[in-house]
Design a protein around this ligand. Sequence first.
Ligand SMILES: NC(=O)c1ccc[n+]([C@@H]2O[C@H](COP(=O)([O-])OP(=O)(O)OC[C@H]3O[C@@H](n4cnc5c(N)ncnc54)[C@H](OP(=O)(O)O)[C@@H]3O)[C@@H](O)[C@H]2O)c1
Length: 485
Amino acid sequence: MDRTTIVIFGISGDLAQRKLIPALFNLYQKKRLKGDFKIVGFAGRSWSDEELRKIAREGIDKFAGYQVNDDKWHEFKNRLYYISGKFQEESSFTNLANQLESLEDKPANRLYYLATPPSFFTNIIDNLGRTGQIDEENGWRRVVIEKPFGTDLESAKKINHDILKVLREDQIYRIDHYLGKETVQNILIARFANTIFEPVWNRNYISNVQITVAEKVGLEHRAGYYDTVGVVRDMFQNHLLQLLSLVAMEPPASYKANDQRDEKVKVLKAVRRFTHDEVKKYSVLGQYRGYKEEEGVVENSQTPTYAAIQFFIDNWRWQGVPFYLRSGKMMAEKMSEIVIQFKCPPHLMFPLPENYKFTSNTLSLCLQPDEGIHLKFETKVPDTIAETKSVDLEYHYKDVFGEKSIPEAYERLLLDALLGDAALFTRSDRSEIAWEILDPIIEAWQNPNENPLAIYEQNSWGPKEADELLNNQEHSWIHGCGNHS
Ligand SMILES: NC(=O)c1ccc[n+]([C@@H]2O[C@H](COP(=O)([O-])OP(=O)(O)OC[C@H]3O[C@@H](n4cnc5c(N)ncnc54)[C@H](OP(=O)(O)O)[C@@H]3O)[C@@H](O)[C@H]2O)c1
């Protein structure tokens, strides 16, 4: 990384101010942005370099949550530049090329970051190609693309097709910021850096797997985006199916990007596709009460704000084990967790009362806000003959590594893109397979006469139909992390 220019398209937007610039500055403070680097912002409004620097600092002060070293900030801000232009105009890209030429010494690598509305992804890549800014004679060229990546299989295929006319697959870094989270990366470490879990990580010992990503907030003024998208596209296509892959995939041959991505794709290929009639049996989509009255939501909107879906993975390891995935807005709590529920012991020889309810073991991988791992197991209640109680073994990052040990996901992802490590980014085949799984579910729930959305109360855990989905299989939703009993 001797000489690198990071070009951020959409630098005047929310993502850049809230996440990207704070992440880049922290990488600089930690001395991880090595060599001669520059950050060039590109957006529509006519800012000067100084205006960008001022807004960047405000973003860091407001959103970063770490100590700012003012000397370091002074050095960093002088590496920030702003260029005004329009994504759809080739002349703006000719201007960008000329400006970069005068700023850079050669050779210089370039990381282009598309923090823009998705409708501009292909426009920008096309214009970069047309103006010779993808050519690699003077250093590598890579492009980071934000989510959402398409809205269905057809649109994802089209974007892939269009951008692959200009870029090689290994130049494309499709981001899912969830994969940059420390606790998400720890799933593979927990599974494959220990010997105690893997032997029981299969259909012989696991009863079911539950993955929850719950948001406490509602629309937060994003109705224009969210009401056209809904929870399945917004959360399942990327985050939840990524988590399922990490829990269910086979051990990769190495930690290298394509070995990991091959296994993720392989497990998604084994996820059962539902027929139209099966969708209702295995999924519940809902909307929180009051959603239709939110500002910016279209009249009689059929957009789901909650979904619970039961998936099956048809392979040797997982045959018959339900994977219950759920996500929703306006839930009782903000939390993300994965609960592995093990089977009950095959035989209990203890003198227990009739109909005694035995709790089976659970291993909970806690992603946020309780960052750690909980293992629940049975122990004997003292002074009884053989009464049992579930107790909890807990590990928390903050206890071992300190309160501020967990970096922002974007730090890791930006650094990996600069280093050319694509393991935490989505390959084109994965983005398409995820849509292949979800398209029939989205489609079946689009007709309110056939499948009306289940209405649920705000600050609840979703509609009762989602509880029934599990109860029908004699399972129930489990809170494995935090202080839940
Ligand atoms: N915000 C988040 O926390 C977040 C989280 C995850 C993913 N994302 C994704 O990140 C991307 C950006 O989101 P955002 O929230 O930052 O969006 P945003 O606040 O709406 O920012 C859009 C940016 O694009 C620029 N822009 C729009 N049209 C343009 C045009 N025709 N020519 C030149 N510049 C143009 C805007 O510049 P001007 O206004 O100066 O024209 C602005 O800098 C989206 O794909 C979003 O889905 C965002």
